[in-house]
Design a protein around this ligand. Sequence first.
Ligand SMILES: Cc1cc2nc3c(=O)[nH]c(=O)nc-3n(C[C@H](O)[C@H](O)[C@H](O)COP(=O)(O)OP(=O)(O)OC[C@H]3O[C@@H](n4cnc5c(N)ncnc54)[C@H](O)[C@@H]3O)c2cc1C
Length: 451
Amino acid sequence: MTAPTPHHDRADLTCDVLVVGAGTAGFGAALAAARAGLSVHLIEAGTKVGGVMAFCPGMPWGGGYPLGRSIGGIFAELTDRLRACAPPAAEVRPCALENFGPEVQYDHELATLTMFDMLLEAGVRLHLGCLVGNPVTVDHRITEVACTDRRGPWRIRPRCVVDTSGDGDLSARAGVPYTVGDGVGNMMAVTLSFHMVGVDCERAFADGDPYFRSHAAQGIAQGRLHPDLHKLYLMRGFHPGSVFCNTVTLRGVDGTRPEAVAQATQEGRRRCAQVARFLVDAVPGFERAQMWGLGPTVGVRETRKLEAVYRLSGADLAQSTHFADGIVACDNPIDDVMRSTAEMTHEAAVARGSYYTIPLRSLIPRHITNLLFAGRLICADPVAFASVRGMPQCMAMGQACGVAAAQALAAGQAVQDIDTARVVATLQKQGLRGLGAHQLADLAPEAPGWA
Ligand SMILES: Cc1cc2nc3c(=O)[nH]c(=O)nc-3n(C[C@H](O)[C@H](O)[C@H](O)COP(=O)(O)OP(=O)(O)OC[C@H]3O[C@@H](n4cnc5c(N)ncnc54)[C@H](O)[C@@H]3O)c2cc1C
């Protein structure tokens, strides 16, 4: 047997910051760290940036406008770049569901291209089609991380790691304790999305029910739709005549198990085709429509939640807590999708006109001194998790970790010892809004529908 060829061009890769996973959180983290002058490698298993945004193309960015004001930062920069395109490639619009604030709908391809451009402009080294494996941990520090791509295994030695992988495999292997889903193992359902194009939207959305409940009931009664599809969640897409179908949702799938995700995706394809056929046959406005843009895999909402210095709770949200180390504002509802039953609920998290902030300490592990994490693996109880997980908040969490990593490396400090007030002050300078003593209500509303 011949030994595998070593990859000398990268066998000894070193960097300041390794970001694991190029979802919205990884995008924010890599960009912020590179803009702080650090050498950054961003490693993504898939072939695109975006994470859930790439797996469910067309998914709107929700939660970016608490009180009708932008959260600011990298999220606002990306949105503004898209809105400045000719013609505009993004728009801010009201969400059709109760208790959700305005959302951003955008051209998926131009948004992805712009994210790639922003990473390149900042000098981020992006690796696609590459899986991050086991870390080596010495004295509570990650010293080395194993990676694999089609050329075989290689290693990287980072000074600091930001885990934005959604599932947190690396952090779990490094010994960070975690809980799964609601704490007793129920995880939110996964969804395979698609578009219908060629829709007469005026007729399709004439009756005003975003869940198309009477049609759904008819489809289930006729045995044409799966019983879990009692709410057909359909929304206008970005392009005229397109409808984004965020509706084929499968319960009881463990998103950390590749075989479970693959099986759910295959079953999802079957149900998406059933829904598309049903819409054409039974729902006015869809007569001439076609299915388009089926996601490459199901989007996974919830798996591990890593243990951190602080666990954000539902009580913190109910009290509209503004933490001293708050790094992003949020007023998203408790958006629970079929954890244990087939119900989708979105009760308000905060009183109207108020918001809470997400503390940096929920992104800092207790013991590993050169690891931060951001995005949907945040340390939060099941109630708080259901609210914090919007893509704008994930981008901002990533941005905060990029800034915190730069500060820790410059000071030669453990992440647990960083001056969180300085991180918040830097984020404010970078345009994050509603933090510290600053109140979103003091700013003029920008989104439609806010007085
Ligand atoms: C179906 C669905 C609907 C949603 N609806 C909305 C909505 O309308 N609006 C909204 O704002 N939010 C919505 N959300 C929530 C939001 O999309 C997610 O919470 C958010 O995108 C999570 O971002 P993330 O970067 O933390 O993780 P992810 O998007 O999951 O990204 C993690 C990335 O890490 C990569 N990765 C994982 N492990 C490894 C590894 N070992 N090596 C290399 N790469 C790895 C993955 O491939 C992935 O690209 C929805 C989520 C889902 C699933």
